[in-house]
Design a protein around this ligand. Structure first.
Ligand code: FAD
Length: 259
């Protein structure tokens, strides 16, 4: 396995830092290759601007078209190209981050904004009345597995189906489905550490053990059963789920799971 870990926490001695380090040592010990993009340590620039597109930047700036042209002509900024190369190298990608305001830290969002460019992560494949691109089950990153490893301040019950924060699967849907599955990554169920601020020396070994178990079963784990866009479940080009395919009583994000 070739694993890329994209890590987003400002403090190396944090819980997130410890989980990232444990992933590196556990996977390497098991014979896997590991590369790490430690975004704070790299001083990752988290904002899209004209500098991303080199000589392909237009005036006025067109973030979609310019990023696609820069991708096609090899004029994307070197830091973006380096991350795209790591993604193509990897067969497994782990994202390690704390939940901040119900989502990922801004530095990681900025990594997706800049690295998942047009013609690389989206705008791929035929776009016509009969096919709306290669995405959601197809795309540049098809064949890879992705996993969110997330620490969360709230208790597990706060993120249960009736919890006040909303179900964790709903909160993570925009990342797991909208960002990772979009360019074809098969998404494994997330590893979530709840009540993270209250973990202490006594609680950490249990968290570490659970994380090691997940890491050592990455190759055999079943991905989240998201429906594929181009294989009959959706009306084209409306991209609405066909009538009658949803299990009884299911609505919202859950519609896009086939089981
Ligand atoms: P740390 O603060 O580094 O550590 C947490 C605990 O683990 C500490 O007690 C520490 O001593 C212990 N620990 C760390 N490393 C080790 C180790 N190696 N061995 C033993 N013990 C260790 N929470 C929500 O639920 N929802 C939100 O929307 C949300 N939004 C937030 C927004 C912001 C801006 C911030 C700052 C926090 C937010 N939180 C939220 C809380 C956040 O999710 C947690 O603070 C975070 O997940 C904890 O992870 P950490 O790596 O920062 O932990």
């Amino acid at each position: 396995m070739k694993t890329l870990i994209v890590h987003a926490h400002p403090e190396p001695r944090s819980l997130n830092g410890a989980l990232k380090d444990l992933a590196v040592t556990t996977l390497r010990k098991a014979g896997h290759e590991v590369r790490v993009s430690d975004l704070y340590a790299m001083g990752w620039n988290a904002v899209v601007d004209a500098g991303d597109f080199g000589s392909s930047a237009s005036s006025p700036l067109l973030a979609v078209a310019d990023s696609g042209r820069a991708f096609d002509t090899g004029t994307l900024a070197p830091d973006i190209r380096a991350e795209q190369e790591k993604l193509l190298w990897a067969d497994t990608i782990i994202f390690q981050f704390p939940l901040w305001w119900y989502t990922m830290p801004a530095i990681l969002k900025g990594w997706f904004d800049r690295v998942f460019t047009y013609h690389f992560a989206y705008g791929v494949g035929e776009h016509s009345d009969v096919k709306y691109g290669e995405r959601f089950g197809e795309g540049t990153l098809m064949g890879r597995r992705g996993l969110l490893s997330v620490t969360v301040g709230g208790r597990e019950s706060h993120y249960a189906p009736r919890g006040i924060n909303g179900p964790i699967d709903d909160l993570l849907f925009p990342i797991q489905h909208g960002i990772l599955y979009y360019p074809g990554i098969d998404v494994l169920p997330p590893f979530v550490v709840y009540n993270a601020d209250r973990i202490d020396d006594e609680g950490f070994p249990d968290v570490a053990k659970a994380w090691e178990q997940r890491l050592l079963t990455l190759e055999s784990a079943e991905p989240i059963p998201f429906r594929r866009q181009n294989f009959g479940d959706y009306e084209i080009p409306a991209l609405e789920l066909k009538e009658g395919l949803e299990p009884a009583g299911r609505s919202g994000f859950g519609l896009h799971l086939w089981s």
